[in-house]
Design a binder for this molecule. Structure first.
Ligand code: 1HE
Length: 267
């Protein structure tokens, strides 16, 4: 395993808990947690390292009233980038978000306020999204003379379908509340704090065996990119490794001797 040096991070506040859950907070609330170059590099760094550092689950949060306002438009404006420059900016976003989605460590996003533009792209790279009553989702790029560059054409379209994504960016349509859950933008909506609920879910996920979580939070995404034939093959190989891991024997024994909890309907 490798160590994560918390003091090296400035845009992200890293807070490791005793149970292996790490709270990773976008920490520029005065800029509504807009994603500048430094933030994205810190995300590449953290999410590249976390799978080898014993991180069992991540809660991804935003400080203040808004989760994330997307691309730092002021930095982008001031830099007056060339097409090649901005292509490379986008490639770093993809590097960061792919490390999240394919890294094998469960990432639970705790959402409030604006989850817009690149903020929605970031949230959609998490494995589970929890929203509170203040959270709202939009792709303002269309109105700003821009286009998505952080994976929305892939992940937001996956979550809600192509037609709804096109409508969101074309019209500046905003989704919020239960409707956002019904469409698949988030999986949970809470009356209270999305951070509390995300912590609860992360702790639950952290109870699973790490190799099982690796398969869930890496293989499923990879398999989605494959043909059905290759997907079945890859699934078999992953199951071969995960389902025979020595660490699973105690759990199987507990089922066999009837000490393990049974699956029951919600009461
Ligand atoms: C920012 C940004 C930002 C706020 N870049 N600085 N994203 C957007 O188009 C969203 C743009 N932001 C907003 O619509 C609003 O700021 C919010 C709804 C997020 C928040 O509203 P509010 O009233 O709480 O804050 P504010 O007064 O608008 O902003 C407070 C400060 O944050 C202000 O800075 P200040 O120095 O004047 O105090 C804002 O400039 C700053 N701020 N949002 C930079 N986005 C890889 S392609 C990805 C494509 C995209 O993501 S496009 C961006 C889409």
């Amino acid at each position: 395993t490798v160590e994560i040096d918390i003091s090296r991070y400035s845009r992200l506040a890293l807070d490791p808990q005793e149970d292996g859950v790490w709270v990773v907070t976008l920490n520029r609330p005065e800029k509504r947690n807009a994603l500048d170059l430094v933030t994205v590099e810190e995300m590449v760094d953290f999410f590249s390292t976390a799978p080898r550092a014993g991180v069992k689950a991540v809660v991804l949060a935003g400080a203040g009233d808004h989760f994330c306002a997307g691309l730092d438009l002021i930095e982008h404006h001031d830099a007056d980038r060339s097409p090649a420059d901005f292509m490379h900016v986008c490639l770093r976003w993809h590097e960061a978000f792919n490390k999240m989605e394919y890294g094998g460590v469960p990432v639970i996003a705790a959402l409030q306020g604006a989850v817009v533009g690149g903020g929605l792209e970031l949230a959609s790279a998490a494995h589970v999204r929890v929203m509170d009553q203040s959270a709202y989702f939009a792709l303002p790029e269309g109105q700003r003379g821009l286009f998505t560059g952080g994976g929305a054409t892939i992940r937001v379209a996956d979550l809600i379908g192509k037609a709804r994504m096109i409508d969101m960016i074309l019209m500046g349509r905003v989704y919020q509340g239960q409707e956002a859950v019904d469409l698949g933008l988030a999986q949970y909506i809470v009356e209270g704090s999305s951070l509390d609920k995300a912590m609860e879910l992360a702790r639950r996920a952290a109870q699973n065996l790490p190799l099982t979580n690796f398969a869930i939070c890496s293989a499923i995404s990879h398999v989605q990119n494959m043909s059905a034939l290759d997907a079945a093959y890859a699934e078999s190989v992953v199951a071969g490794i995960v389902n025979t891991q020595p660490e699973a024997r105690a759990r199987l024994a507990a089922f066999a001797d009837k000490s393990a909890a049974r699956v029951r309907p919600n009461s």
